[in-house]
Write a protein that binds this ligand. Structure first.
Ligand code: GTP
Length: 599
């Protein structure tokens, strides 16, 4: 293939600015998909993604574009995930490109992820081409959006195509812009082989399908590939191009091209995103820069409501992991919940997606524990431990120092809401760093904050307090010493391990009191009085009481309505089914849910 006719690019945007819709239009314009087969949002291939309207995993497609200059160009469009949890995958996808289309919604202008993604693209030296989308909307103001792109980001935007991806207006201008302004790749096809993995996917028949961009050299079917980070070697089964509707085998892939390989690989863990592929025949001396193994930020325990479904849960997690190298899990036991798994995720969205897939695709009813971050503890005897389950937190008497993860938070908002945002960050132990005006109607605020304080509901709270105008981005910073305590919960004097949590000392009382109240509301009356207590070490810091039961459930419907009685009886039966006996106390699973959804 003639490299001067190849263009490798991504589309970057703030969530909902129209990235997927534009991608579909580009495919359509290149007749990549017969009209009949044209499904909405082809690049987002998982159902769940489609439903939630987000792109979870990077995908790529190769299309042929007949440009106005009479030449045919090979365009490799590499899709990027649209959420902060997947920032690393975004960075690997960008590293596979020479250019990026920056989609900006003409009615919203520049938002937090517009900036965050642009910065990432700039770091990878990409040629960034702004495109103003949604010009069909009554509220569209393309001129203002362009002004923001110029003032806030500093990109020339006067000639940016003004389009409507939804209506199909002016789409060709986008491809002409790409062909003429995004540089062609320039790798040496004769150099030792080097390719960057930007995605991989498990397929029951082929094993892992690895998606990559060839940076240098040429790959042919008779060669043996080596993954430079893991050291694993494989004889090739198939290599080829990523057409929109199918994988198309070919004989060789060389510098500048994007393609796939299969080699009877069993697990995506052996082909991690960001790793460099080389060959045994023409080995590269150095891997490509930028690889790092996936890192879990958030942990929670996952159990099945029905304890006998534990093996099903294990099978389901194993299946999901085949396709998701960033999901981790280890068996754990809880006195309260039985056998389950401690699972690690990239972030809260990743966690919700996995929980939802377990329930939906594998038909499991789950109980999950409160999510937590990983703590580092130096013990008095000098040993270091990392704690991913609050229940296993060392006793205060053996702790010399304890540290929690901090993140760098960036919030972009109209100046009017700064007065709402700052107290909210302060409350969450945020350390103010700086604030700068990006232009007269947009400020960027930086905080350093404990990850623990933002994983639950920070994003929602931020949206609520800024009428949806502010946007958020964060990345891991470092571990810092902190005054943490472990709070235990006791029902009828017995500790419930699954409800323990770690919290900053100053917040312990407030949180403990709220959880006790919540539990009291959700625990049905029993035959005896049940004290609900929260304790630090042996010391009780909050208490509520569930009064003893006095009447049976039918007592309050004075004869009369038989159907109402039936309903009550059924409800009671239903309730019984879902009870968990914790020592002497019966706790409905809803009570767990209520506590876990607190905050
Ligand atoms: P993520 O995948 O979540 O990052 O979103 P996205 O940027 O891919 O946005 P998507 O293409 O899913 O579009 C978001 C919403 O905007 C959808 O409801 C689209 O129908 C709508 N949309 C996209 N382009 C246009 C447009 O040109 N005009 C109008 N009116 N709506 C559009």
């Amino acid at each position: 293939t003639d490299q001067s006719k190849i263009r490798n690019f991504s589309i970057i945007a703030h969530i909902d600015h129209g990235k997927s819709t534009l991608a579909d239009r580009l495919l359509e314009l290149c007749h990549a998909v017969p009209e009949r087969e044209m499904e909405n949002q082809l690049l987002d291939s998982m159902d769940l993604e489609r439903e939630r309207g987000i792109t979870i995993k990077a995908r790529a497609v190769t299309i042929q574009y007949d440009a106005l200059d009479g030449q045919t160009y090979t365009l490799n469009l590499i899709d990027t995930p649209g959420h902060v949890d997947f920032n690393y995958e975004v960075s690997r996808s960008l590293a596979a490109c020479e250019g990026a289309i920056l989609v900006v919604d003409a009615s919203q202008g520049v938002e937090a992820q517009t900036l965050a993604n642009t910065y990432l693209a700039i770091e990878h030296d990409l040629e960034i081409r702004p495109v103003i989308n949604k010009i069909d909307l009554p509220a569209a103001n393309p001129a203002l959006a362009k002004e923001e792109v110029e003032n806030v980001i500093g990109l020339e935007a006067a000639d940016a195509p003004e389009i409507s991806a939804k209506m199909g207006i002016n789409i060709q201008a986008v491809l002409e812009d790409v062909v003429h302004h995004v540089p062609a790749p320039q790798g040496d096809p004769k150099a030792p082989f080097k390719a960057l993995i930007f995605d991989s996917q498990y397929d029951a028949y082929r094993g892992v399908v690895v998606y990559f961009r060839v940076m240098e050299g040429t790959l042919t079917l008779d060669q043996t590939v080596r993954m430079m980070a893991s050291g694993a070697e494989y004889g090739l089964v198939e290599i080829g191009h990523l057409l929109p509707t199918k994988l198309e085998p070919c004989k060789s892939l060389s510098a500048g091209e994007v393609g796939y390989l299969t080699a009877s690989i069993k697990n995506v863990k052996d082909t991690q995103v960001g790793d460099t592929i080389t060959t045994v025949e023409t080995p590269a001396a150095e891997p490509l820069p930028g690889y790092r193994p996936a890192r879990s930020m958030v942990y929670c325990g996952i159990y099945t409501e029905d304890g006998s479904k534990y093996p099903d849960l294990r099978d389901a997690l194993e299946k999901l992991q085949l396709n998701d190298a960033s999901l981790t899990f280890e068996p754990e036991t809880s006195a309260a919940l039985g056998f389950g798994f401690r699972c690690g995720f990239l972030g809260m969205l990743h966690m919700e997606i996995i929980q939802e897939r377990l329930e939906r695709e594998f038909d499991l009813d789950l109980i999950t524990t409160l999510p937590n971050v990983i703590y580092e503890v130096t013990k008095t005897d000098g040993t270091e431990v990392r704690v991913d389950n609050p229940h296993n937190y060392p006793d205060p008497s053996v702790i010399a120092e304890q540290r929690e993860p901090f993140v760098k938070v960036s919030i972009i908002s109209p100046p009017d809401y700064v007065g709402n945002i700052m107290p909210m960050c302060q409350e969450r132990r945020g350390e103010f760093k700086d604030m700068q005006y990006l232009d007269t109607n947009l400020v960027e605020i930086h905080y350093h904050m404990p990850l623990n304080e933002i994983i639950y509901d920070f994003f929602d709270a931020l949206k609520a307090r800024t009428k949806g105008y502010a946007s958020l981005d964060y990345e891991f910073l470092d571990y810092r010493a902190s005054d943490l305590v472990k709070v235990d919960l006791l029902l009828n004097g017995e500790q419930v391990d699954a409800l323990s949590f770690i919290v900053h000392r100053e917040k312990a009382y407030g949180r403990a009191r709220r959880i006790c109240e919540k539990l009291k509301e959700n625990i049905p009356r029993q035959l005896f009085e049940v004290p609900v207590q929260a304790a630090i070490g042996g010391k009780i810091i909050a208490r509520e009481t569930v009064k003893a039961m006095r009447k049976d459930v039918l007592a309050k419907c004075y004869g009369g309505d038989i159907s109402r009685k039936k309903k009550l009886l059924e409800k009671q039966k239903e309730g019984k089914k879902k009870m968990r006996t914790l020592g002497t106390v019966q706790l409905p699973t809803e009570a767990f849910m209520a506590v876990l959804k607190l905050d």
